[in-house]
Design a protein around this ligand. Structure first.
Ligand SMILES: Nc1ncnc2c1ncn2[C@@H]1O[C@H](COP(=O)(O)OP(=O)(O)OP(=O)(O)O)[C@@H](O)[C@H]1O
Ligand SMILES: [Mg+2]
Length: 467
């Protein structure tokens, strides 16, 4: 009979691992029965990390949030930290403290444990020299209720509490060097204010993206049914200042996910990449910005014969020596995390690449299925301008809108440049007409400059052909 279990949540199902038996197998049934009468309880241990301490155990995180919400009032030893938006301190039960909970009329005991990490244990979190866990104790008769219903209930309630309590976080991977040979993450509170309403782009396009995100968020069962990992890839491309980073923030805010901003140049090998990926929890937006600057794929591809396998292409990091073959990050390594076997670890993840140069990327990296949706962030259209005018000037209509519409169809101006002109020059100034006139002047100057450039180019071509 198993009396003590270790438990982890992996991709939606619980895996029960035999930890040790409190009663030895040699006990006779009669003796066992007597022992059950003396101590009729079973225990489940929920460790903070699972799998050689490589991955966070999401059941632990959920239990922590659940206990904070539902049981902390019954504990006498508590710890407090600031929650979302610094609004109110969030109180959780302290280490070595026990609280009780009741589920469907049955009482259970939660005990928060902490013990020192042994020197042999591998950790990618150098700051953690202690292993934490919860020990859940319950009457043997409630074993089925706990395993089948209570733990799932804890996970759901805990996840909901975590979302409403916790500040969302922005993670970035630290560079690997002699003093820090293993990949680690740094984190800060994610407080970017960009949302879909403030994003300047065609409302129709915006709605398509929002619908796609909602489909993804609610699609756990669907993804399972079709046998696909629960993840979605978006490729954002367009010139600088068209809102790619703002779109990432809007997606993260819309989904209420944490953001993992991966600095590929700080990753040296496929092993490092695997280590940082396995640390990422679910409900995450994984971002690789300016992917064309982080990696150099095209030159290598050109050197390769056409029929060679794309996926063996070496990703050459800036400054990395050609001869440095031992420490390399390969395209196959990166693809493995986007849609290989490792991509299914964690679940509910959005992967976003951004680039200013779509043509510089290897087609293997951005093919549909890997990057499911390609989103062009374009120069400012009239529809996008109206969003900015509403946000910055609080005007929906103005007599100058007609002129602006015409100019926007004639010159390429980024939403960032339009936003700059619409921004009042002083905090007290609130003259929409003045800001719109400034914008018109900037666009007219741009138009003249472009016309001058075109004329010069024409003259040059004429000169060349007559020579
Ligand atoms: N589509 C947009 N909607 C709203 N604001 C925008 C938009 N595009 C740009 N901006 C404004 O311009 C600033 C720069 O935009 P952002 O950083 O999102 O551009 P980007 O496409 O990521 O540029 P880069 O390619 O240089 O990284 C933002 O802080 C925002 O204020
Ligand atoms: Mg950007």
């Amino acid at each position: 009979m198993i009396d003590s279990l270790q438990l982890s949540a992996i991709g939606g199902s619980f895996v029960v691992v035999l930890a040790h038996t409190l009663l030895t197998p040699v006990l006779t049934p009669v003796f066992r029965k007597a022992a059950d009468i003396v101590y009729p309880y079973d225990q489940i241990t929920i460790n903070q990390y699972r799998g050689q301490n490589m991955q966070r155990n999401e059941l632990y995180t959920a239990a922590e949030a659940y206990l904070s919400k539902a049981c902390s009032s019954r504990a006498s030893k508590l710890k407090a930290e600031l929650g979302k938006e610094h609004e109110r301190p969030v109180v959780t039960i302290d280490d070595d403290e026990e609280v009780t909970d009741t589920f469907k009329g049955s009482k259970v005991w939660w005990y928060a444990r902490k013990r020192p990490r042994s020197s042999q244990t591998i950790s990618f979190r150098d700051q953690d020299d202690e292993l934490k866990s919860y020990r859940l104790t319950f009457n043997k008769r409630q074993r089925k209720l706990v395993e089948d219903e209570y733990l799932e209930y804890i996970r759901k309630e805990g996840d909901a509490a975590r979302m409403s309590n916790q500040k969302r976080r922005l993670f970035t991977n630290n560079p690997i060097n002699n003093s820090c040979p293993r990949p680690t993450w740094s984190q800060v509170a994610f407080e970017h204010p960009s949302i879909f309403d403030t994003l300047a782009m065609d409302p129709e396009k915006k709605n398509i993206i929002k619908d796609d995100l909602v489909m993804f968020r609610d699609g756990k069962e669907y993804y399972k049914k079709i046998g696909k990992a629960w993840k979605r890839g978006y490729l954002l491309y367009g010139p600088p200042g068209t809102g790619k980073s703002s779109m990432i923030a809007a997606i993260a805010n819309f989904m209420e996910y944490d953001v993992y901003d991966i600095e590929l140049t700080a990753v040296k090998t496929n092993t490092n990449l695997r280590q940082i990926f396995t640390e990422i929890t679910s409900k995450a937006v994984i971002v690789i910005e300016d992917i064309d600057c982080s990696i150099d794929l095209t030159n290598k591809r050109k050197e390769k014969k056409k029929d060679e396998d794309d996926e063996e292409t070496v990703i050459k990091l800036p400054g990395q020596e050609e001869k440095d073959e031992s420490s390399k990050l390969t395209l196959s390594g990166l693809l493995n995390f986007i849609d290989g076997l490792w991509s299914a670890c964690g679940g509910e993840r959005i992967i976003i690449f951004t680039t200013n140069h779509l043509d510089k990327l290897d087609p293997a990296l951005i093919r549909r299925g890997r990057m499911d949706m390609h989103i062009e962030m374009s120069y400012c259209t009239f529809e996008a301008f109206k969003v900015l005018a509403e946000n910055y000037l609080r005007v929906e209509q103005h007599e100058l809108f007609g002129t602006i519409r015409t100019l926007l169809s004639e010159v390429n101006i980024t939403p960032a440049d339009v936003a700059e002109e619409l921004m009042p020059k002083t905090l007290v100034e609130d003259d929409a007409g003045e800001s719109l006139k400034n914008l018109i002047k900037v666009m007219e100057d741009k138009k003249k400059a472009e016309a001058g450039d075109a004329a010069k180019e024409k003259d040059k071509l004429k000169g060349e052909s007559s020579a």
